[in-house]
Write a protein that binds this ligand. Structure first.
Ligand SMILES: Cc1cc2nc3c(=O)[nH]c(=O)nc-3n(C[C@H](O)[C@H](O)[C@H](O)COP(=O)(O)OP(=O)(O)OC[C@H]3O[C@@H](n4cnc5c(N)ncnc54)[C@H](O)[C@@H]3O)c2cc1C
Ligand code: SF4
Ligand code: SF4
Ligand code: FES
Length: 484
């Protein structure tokens, strides 16, 4: 059914707009520019900054200041976007915003446009750069579906942060929050891990070495291999951990172990036995970043971890932050190729629905050549991986890294024959870890890996497009500070 149209006047020009549209939408149709700070067409309006204020006159002649980004159009509504009252309102709002964030260039520029050079109000923290527009937390919740950050505290202390100010266990480093942030706030990098191209570049330069390939990332060696351990594919991830621990390259490793049925958790392995207990893939996204802090608190400085691309991104960001405080921290990161992960409860439901079996009884799960295969009592059950869409974890469709490009060594199954793991060595640390280890080598097919990597990137690009839509018109591309 077609939406009903209403006619209104904006700055004395008549315009038709669909019922349900906002004044801001209608003004855009006329090419009238109304400033906004907390608005994105991809998100639900929030009405936090009020900078989009306009004056409306309703049918009864009553005049009011309203926020245009969330005020619905009405038949016969008269709107003024530049009246004296509007300008005065915006000036006061800009002064208030400048009092909170005196050194944010975007605000200074906007204020200057309104003839505001400085604020009359009390200035708190000169370094404050978050205007509390909530775009970051809303994009994370509404679009990415992760809710890694939110508002905390009240009054002048109000801020956006991960729960309890701790390293986020949920952030997947997709970067959406940093992209939408109108002030490019540095705070967004304290306990969450938005990873934009400039962050990737910096991390590669600092921690990796080798040639850079668009799809495979930076690498100095790539091969297929299997160990005698009998893991998920070639058991190389486990073999590397065992060898690294035996050679003293680290004394604790964060691995993922099944705890109840197929449900899995990140655990700290401090012995070869612990590492072996965690072999094989659990196709779940597991919270693990808090383990790094826990280990440091226990005095551990030589730590290894295994994780999917998002976990690797997070670990690198944490490593950068922690190296300032603990220069002797040695973090070895083994990345796993990852196209998507699944939510345990949903995967259990879908597995039952599609194949009539109990995921908790699985001896092994495998995603191979588009099939999801579950082995129970030696018998294989399978279905197309496409049937599992409902169980895919929130945010994976915004993730653009298939090969865990920031790891020291990445391991996956794509690109190798059955029973082998594909191994991409990306750093000196990775080189050392893969040396002197007993592995049977095989052939690797780089094109197969590149194809999936490109597919994952294009999926993320398509999903990011609506988030980026207004930013192209409203803001220059993000310029981020290199520190978190
Ligand atoms: C969610 C997920 C999706 C994946 N998708 C793909 C894919 O699309 N294509 C592809 O080629 N490879 C994918 N992999 C990687 C692949 O399944 C194997 O993990 C990899 O090939 C290593 O095999 P291996 O025999 O060397 O591992 P093993 O020697 O068996 O060791 C596996 C290691 O992975 C760790 N681990 C298990 N589950 C998780 C988890 N959920 N999170 C973090 N660490 C975990 C274990 O602790 C263990 O140390 C995925 C892995 C995960 C976790
Ligand atoms: S990087 Fe992505 S997941 Fe992390 S807080 Fe930002 S929007 Fe949320
Ligand atoms: S696709 Fe994999 S690496 Fe990316 S967010 Fe999902 S679980 Fe993390
Ligand atoms: S843009 Fe409308 S209230 Fe912020």
């Amino acid at each position: 059914m077609e939406a009903k149209e209403v006619t209104l006047k904006i700055d004395d020009v008549e315009v038709k707009a669909n019922q349900g549209a906002t004044i801001l939408d209608a003004a855009k149709k006329l090419g009238i520019n109304i400033p906004t700070l907390c608005y994105s067409s991809a998100l639900e309006p929030f009405g936090a900054c009020r900078i989009c204020s306009v004056e409306v006159v309703d049918k009864r002649g009553r005049k009011r200041i309203v926020t245009s980004c969330n005020y619905p159009v009405e038949e016969g509504l008269v709107v003024y976007t530049k009246s004296d009252k509007v300008v005065k309102t915006r000036k006061v709002l800009l002064e208030l915003l400048l009092a909170r964030c005196p050194n944010v260039t975007k605000l200074q520029d906007m204020a200057r446009e309104y003839g505001v050079e400085k604020t009359r109000f009390w200035i708190g923290d000169e370094q404050e750069d978050c205007i509390l527009c909530g775009l970051c937390s809303r994009v994370c919740e509404e679009k990415i579906g992760v809710s890694a950050i939110n508002f905390a505290k009240r009054g002048v202390e109000r801020e956006v942060t991960a729960p309890y100010h701790e390293f986020s266990n949920d952030c997947i480093g997709c970067g959406a929050c940093a992209i939408v942030c109108p002030t490019k706030s540095k705070k967004l990098r304290i306990n969450n891990y938005p990873t934009l191209p400039e962050d990737v570049e910096r991390i590669e330069q600092r921690f990796l070495n080798g040639i850079k390939d668009e799809e495979l990332g930076v690498y100095n060696d790539i091969f297929a291999a299997k160990s005698s351990i009998g893991g998920q594919d070639g058991g190389v991830a486990t073999a590397l951990l065992v060898s690294g621990m035996q050679r003293g390259l680290f004394d604790a490793a964060i691995v993922v172990q099944r705890v109840e049925g197929y449900r899995a958790e990140a655990v700290v392995a401090e012995s070869v036995d612990d590492i072996l207990k965690a072999k094989k893939t659990k196709y779940l996204r597991v919270k693990m970043m808090s383990k790094i802090g826990e280990l440091l608190n226990k005095g551990k400085k030589k730590i290894a971890m295994v994780g999917t691309s998002c976990e690797v991104r997070a670990a690198r960001k944490i490593q950068e932050a922690l190296l300032e405080k603990f220069p002797d921290l040695e973090l070895t990161i083994i990345g796993l190729f990852c196209f998507e992960s699944f939510d345990y409860d949903k995967l259990k439901v879908e597995t039952k629905k599609l194949m009539g079996i109990d995921l908790d009884q699985a001896e092994k799960t495998q995603i191979h050549k588009g099939k999801y295969i579950v082995t129970i009592d030696g018998k294989e059950y399978s279905t197309s991986v496409r049937d599992l869409t409902k169980a895919v974890e929130n945010g994976c469709v915004y993730c653009d890294d298939f090969t865990a490009k920031l790891a020291d060594v990445s391991v996956g199954s794509v690109g190798s024959e059955d029973g082998y793991s594909t191994v991409i060595v990306r750093s000196e640390k990775g080189k050392k870890l893969t040396e002197n280890i007993d592995l049977t080598r095989g052939n690797v097919n780089k094109e197969e890996i590149a194809k999936l990597s490109a597919l994952k990137k294009s999926r993320a690009k398509k999903n990011f497009a609506p988030i980026l839509k207004d930013l192209q018109v409203q803001q220059p591309p993000p310029v981020l500070t290199p520190k978190i």
